[in-house]
Design a protein around this ligand. Structure first.
Ligand code: BGC
Length: 454
């Protein structure tokens, strides 16, 4: 479908609404296709869902100890000290956030990991942690990794705008350990590698045994759930067939959605063209850019602001999801900007664009959540807690309500059995739980998959 042509902002917006709508029928189709892709992914057949075994199962709540966690997931790095009391309670004893300078995101892997090692060094210094003893570090690495054991895995491909060279295809734990050695921090041992969804699920189920799904709705998006080992057909020998292992779905890659012209243009201009289709329609990294593209089109058609102001919107990714979030909260972001003569209709139009783009995101995310819930519990018979982390879910006005709305349309009254639980910092805390399991030697999975085909 091509672009919308309209004479008034109103008619443009009503066309835009249909272009971005996810009907109940669409949602049922998404779920059916999602299940097919899950099945293929687990069987090692070509699929847009990688379905990656994580070598971790749910915790018992008795895991205990203090661990250092490095969380690398977006443009921020977090280094933290996490304490687990062995009785379902966790505490963040210290946390420092560092912003990764843009050139490092697109530079070389060595530069990126040297910077990460510097951040860890600073964290140790600021928290007076001595080098006299050794430390166990859990590494939350929020990119698709072909995991081969609890503490090793090869990067399949960067997402979320990263392109640092020399890392794809390599073991990221080795790369991190080498960077630590270069900075004379060989006393830090990387004992666990986890995706942020897995961390979030572990953090959620450490405190709530009903929790059996971890979701990230932030800069990127993804989810994981505990799968019966017998159903992970592609990785025979992962453990007792009756057992479970958490599977990282990598749902950002789901490619069976109906895209429109804005999605296609955003994709062609991206540095991972043809990849991460669901992520590009749902996650925080992209919603602002989709909205910017719509705004530019309306300006070109003389339906919004003044065409002379086009240069204000010419830079890709200048409009961020935080901006949409502020607009949705009622802020007149554009009223005092360089744009001249912003009318009340312009403000209303912008709000509508934000609503349309974010509603589609939440309805797709809700459909994907429903697909995983139905995979685990077809008739939604049990109560389920879903641990969710990420600023899109946490901060975007109405986002949670929009997810709940589609869950109600799909499951009716039974949707009340689903509890969406915000787990702040879950990605980091959960990795500490994994490190605790590793330290206790209780992971009881073989340490290499015979032939894990992703
Ligand atoms: C990555 C996932 C990650 C998600 C959320 C995606 O871009 O591929 O591994 O879980 O972002 O951070």
């Amino acid at each position: 479908m091509g672009n919308i042509r309209a004479n008034t902002p109103y008619s443009f917006l009503s066309n835009l609404e249909s272009l971005f709508s996810v009907s109940l029928q669409n949602s049922h189709e998404i779920i059916a296709n999602f299940h097919q892709e899950m099945r293929s992914g687990l069987a090692g057949i070509d699929s847009s869902l990688k379905m990656i075994p994580s070598f971790v199962h749910r915790p018992t709540g008795t895991e205990k100890g203090s661990f250092i966690v490095l969380d690398l997931g977006g443009t921020n790095i977090r280094v933290m000290a996490v304490e687990l009391d062995g009785n379902r309670k966790t505490a963040l004893a210290a946390v420092t956030r560092f912003v990764i300078p843009q050139p490092l995101i697109c530079g070389t892997g060595d530069e990126l990991f040297d910077f990460i090692a510097d951040c860890i060094q600073l964290f140790f210094k600021n928290n007076s942690l001595g080098r006299q003893q050794s430390y166990d570090l859990a590494f939350t690495f929020s990119f698709p990794v072909e995991q081969r054991s609890l503490a090793s895995g090869k990067l399949i491909g960067w997402t979320k705008g990263f392109t640092a060279s020399g890392v794809v295809g390599k073991d990221v734990v080795t790369i991190l350990s080498e960077a630590l050695q270069r900075k004379e921090m060989g006393f830090i041992h990387v004992v666990a590698l986890a995706n942020d969804t897995v961390g979030t699920l572990l953090a959620g189920s450490y405190s709530d045994p009903l929790c059996d799904m971890g979701v990230i709705l932030g800069t990127g998006t993804n989810a994981c759930y505990p799968e019966k080992v017998s159903r992970i057909v592609k990785s025979a020998g992962l453990g007792p067939p009756s057992g479970e292992m958490i599977v990282n779905i990598e749902w950002g890659g789901f490619s069976r959605l109906t895209t429109n012209i804005y999605d296609r243009e955003l994709d062609s201009a991206s540095n991972n063209r043809g990849k991460q289709q669901l992520e590009k329609m749902v996650s925080g990294m992209y919603l602002g850019e989709i909205a910017r593209r719509v705004i530019v089109e309306m300006m070109k058609q003389g339906l919004l602001f003044s065409e002379r102001s086009l240069p204000v919107f010419s830079e890709e990714y200048m409009l961020r999801t935080e901006h949409l979030s502020l607009i949705a909260q009622g802020s007149d972001l554009f009223a005092d900007s360089t744009l001249k003569n912003v009318s009340a209709i312009d403000i209303r139009t912008i709000r509508e664009i934000c609503r349309i783009v974010s509603t589609r995101s939440a309805r797709i995310a809700g459909s994907a959540i429903a697909a995983v819930v139905a995979w685990m519990d077809e008739n939604l018979e049990s109560d389920r807690t879903i641990a969710i982390d990420g600023t899109l879910f946490e901060k975007y006005p109405g986002y949670r309500e929009n997810i709940m709305a589609i869950l109600h349309e799909l499951f009716g009254e039974r949707a009340k059995k689903i509890k969406l639980e915000l787990i702040r910092d879950g990605s980091g805390i959960g990795s500490a739980i994994i490190a605790a399991v590793a330290a206790s030697g209780r992971d009881n999975f073989p340490h290499q998959t015979p032939d894990a085909r992703i």
